[in-house]
Design a protein around this ligand. Structure first.
Ligand SMILES: NC(=O)c1ccc[n+]([C@@H]2O[C@H](COP(=O)([O-])OP(=O)(O)OC[C@H]3O[C@@H](n4cnc5c(N)ncnc54)[C@H](O)[C@@H]3O)[C@@H](O)[C@H]2O)c1
Ligand SMILES: O=C(O)CC[C@@H](O)C(=O)O
Length: 636
């Protein structure tokens, strides 16, 4: 973005819940009352009075008097509060420290809080003490707070209005705040615009009256064309997270200032088309299909990247995403261990007939017997698919004394004493356990059907924790009913309920020694927390820095951090001459290239160019107009 000029403007900023994420007095009470049995009660009372004051339901002077009266605080508590508040500066204020420092002369902090803790906090962001208008505590000789300076205009009703009247500011005055007293500056004509700040709290009584509702300081700076940390405010960028992904993911995006919506269940195509409108980042798991129909719908035109919060990506049309310049990321290893542990556990349960025994026990039947109960030690396990999960099972099964066989369509190195089979038939015909760990590509549909079951040994134990469509369910049902199979454990199904409220309907229900689980192979607290951290990190790297390292459908580039430069990202169809055209434009406008990176796949090219700070809008227009451009964007 070209450098914007700060206008000759006064910006009046509230402190509590605006500059910082919290209310200073509430926090002072919490600190001062630590260890006091009445802490929760008194803090609750203070918070309640604060909230009532914020929406104008409690006169300000009464509210201040009553809150300070409830506060058994001293200087050391104030010192602790200062340290605490420095860690609670609103994210968008922290991000825009440069703006605050550079424009400190135009910024006034006007607060009904107390200078005692406000000044040290705003000082840290470059705002001097003389620009802070707030109350002051009165202390006794021991340092206990005994009251406050009641002559200060800010301790009185309509204090902010009176204060601003007394200051007689010239020129445009904009107010940023979360409370009704901030709005009153606009109402009284002392400010030209009121921006309701909702990054930390949104009060309808306040937002209803605002000229603008700003979810971050970036948004305020963007609206007013002021220099800022984000070229386009992230609060304008929508993130849609489906299938109840881990709360860590929600926090990761919120912390960066994105607008985040989380839905518990999966969506079908039509629902997704509806919901994807204006969404730039989508996160999903195995049950939401991101199809060509969804991707080509105009509602999906803003989509920039997709996060599969799982290993499998067969639910996403990766080719269509690539064609549209949409980068897809997944979590290839975050739940591997969970699937491995469950597979091993299921094998033991099935071999010992544990579910039948347990069901009988619940019905009061004590059936102590070794009949039909075996160890897994010494048995042969056959792994179909020897990737991340298959190989880990191989190692653990061998450690448990099993003989491991595997078959993979790709030539894989055998771990330990595992034996490679050259065909599926060779594998299936000699093992006691068959465990499927292939990926979900379309061509793997029904790779295990009637014929493959017929190759298996009698009394085989069969596990599928990979993908539902890999097994022909009717053939599996026949194999179980015919008595050929000892038992089976199935975690994945051709059709799976979209939410926990939908009934599971499948022919496998009610069959003996068949363990059915609701696609939970990867559903452990550990795995979901890992995924909730890993996938957002990939998506944020792509959004913030352009890196595509780890993408499953895109040219992979790991880029250096952006320092003192603009980064221009150009995604195009991989045809000859694009890089030359890009560089001709830079040459024409005498733009100095600081760094340039190019990576292509068969169909797509990705060029990243870091340029010196100054460049003109014409360059951007010309870069966008290059033939075969798919997407273009800029980062600071
Ligand atoms: N149940 C769950 O909750 C759960 C959790 C995680 C992963 N999974 C699924 O497990 C599967 C395996 O995951 P991974 O991380 O090991 O994947 P991976 O990509 O590392 O390994 C898959 C292996 O299967 C091989 N393969 C593909 N098609 C084959 C075929 N027809 N015959 C033989 N080998 C074939 C591939 O060459 C590869 O080596 C995936 O389908 C994934 O979606 C399920
Ligand atoms: O949690 C999920 O929805 C899918 C888990 C698993 O199948 C995966 O592919 O990682």
């Amino acid at each position: 973005m070209p450098t914007a000029q700060a206008e000759p403007l006064k910006i009046v900023i509230d402190f509590d819940s605006t500059f910082t994420k919290v209310e200073g007095l509430d926090e002072l009470a919490r600190i001062a009352l630590q260890g006091n049995p009445k802490q929760a009660e008194i803090v609750g009372k203070i918070k309640d009075i604060t909230d009532q004051g914020m929406v104008g339901a409690y006169s300000f002077s009464d509210s201040l008097r009553d809150r300070v009266a409830l506060l058994p605080a001293n200087r050391s508590h104030v010192d602790q509060l200062i340290v605490f508040l420095k860690g609670k500066i609103s994210e968008s204020f922290k991000r825009n420290k440069d703006f605050l420092e550079e424009n400190a002369a135009q910024i006034l902090i006007v607060s009904s809080g107390f200078k005692d803790f406000i000044v040290p906090v705003v000082n840290e962001m470059g705002i001097p003490a003389e620009n802070v208008y707030a109350n002051t505590f009165i202390y006794d000789a021991e340092g206990n707070i005994t009251g406050y300076d009641a002559d200060n205009l800010l301790s009185q009703d309509k204090g902010k209005v009176r204060l601003l009247q007394s200051l007689q500011l010239e020129g445009e005055v904009y107010v940023i705040g979360d409370g009704i007293t901030d709005y009153e500056l606009r109402e009284s004509g002392l400010a030209n615009k009121f921006f309701a700040f909702t990054e930390n709290i949104s009060r309808k009584a306040v937002t209803d009256k605002a000229d603008f509702v700003v979810p971050s300081l970036d948004e305020f700076l963007y609206i007013n064309g002021l220099s800022r940390a984000q070229s386009y405010p992230k609060s304008r960028i929508k993130v849609l997270l489906l299938e109840n992904v881990h709360p860590g993911a929600v926090n990761a995006f919120k912390k960066e200032g994105f607008q985040v919506e989380l839905l518990k269940g999966a969506l079908d195509e039509d629902e997704l088309i509806e919901k994807i409108k204006d969404v730039s980042i989508i996160g999903l798991r195995s049950k939401t299909n991101l199809t060509k129909k969804v991707l080509e719908h105009p509602n999906a035109s803003r989509l920039m990247c997709v996060g599969a919060f799982c290993i499998g990506t067969n639910q996403i049309d990766l080719v269509e995403c690539e064609k549209r310049g949409i980068a897809v990321f997944n979590a290839p290893y975050s739940n591997t261990r969970s699937v491995v542990e469950l597979s091993i556990g299921l094998m033991v349960m099935l071999t010992r007939n544990i579910f039948e025994k347990s069901t009988k026990m619940h019905a009061g039947v004590w059936d102590k017997s070794a009949t039909n109960s075996y160890e897994i030690r010494g048995k042969k396990i056959g792994l179909v698919g020897y990737g991340s999960i298959g190989t880990q099972i191989s190692v653990i099964a061998e450690a448990l004394g099993m003989e491991v066989y595997f078959y993979d369509i790709v030539d894989k190195l055998a771990l330990g004493n595992a034996k490679k089979c050259s065909s599926l038939k060779e594998l299936l015909s000699q093992v006691d356990f068959v465990s499927l760990h292939v990926d979900g590509r379309k061509s793997n549909t029904n790779i295990i059907g009637k014929e493959q079951f017929s190759w298996m040994k009698d009394n085989v134990i069969f596990l599928n924790l990979s993908r539902g469509h890999v097994v022909e369910i009717s053939a599996l049902v026949d194999a179980i009913k015919s008595g050929k199979m000892w038992g089976a454990a199935i975690d994945v199904f051709p059709y799976e309920p979209k939410t926990n409220d939908e009934e599971f309907i499948n022919e496998l229900r009610g069959l003996p020694n068949v363990i059915l689980t609701p696609h939970i192979g990867g559903s452990t607290e550990e795995a979901q927390a890992n995924i909730g951290e890993f996938v957002p990190a990939k998506l944020l790297q792509f959004m913030n820095n352009g890196s595509t390292y780890g993408s499953v459908n895109f040219p992979e580039l790991q880029l250096p951090p952006l320092e003192n430069a603009h980064r221009l990202l150009h995604i195009h169809h991989n045809v000859p001459g694009i890089l030359a055209q890009i560089n001709q434009i830079f040459a024409k406008y005498h733009v100095n290239i600081i760094g340039q990176y190019l990576k292509t796949t068969e169909n797509t090219g990705y060029v990243i160019t870091d340029v010196a700070k100054e460049y003109s809008e014409e360059i951007v227009s010309e870069l966008k107009l290059i033939d075969n451009t798919i997407k273009f964007r800029m980062l600071y």
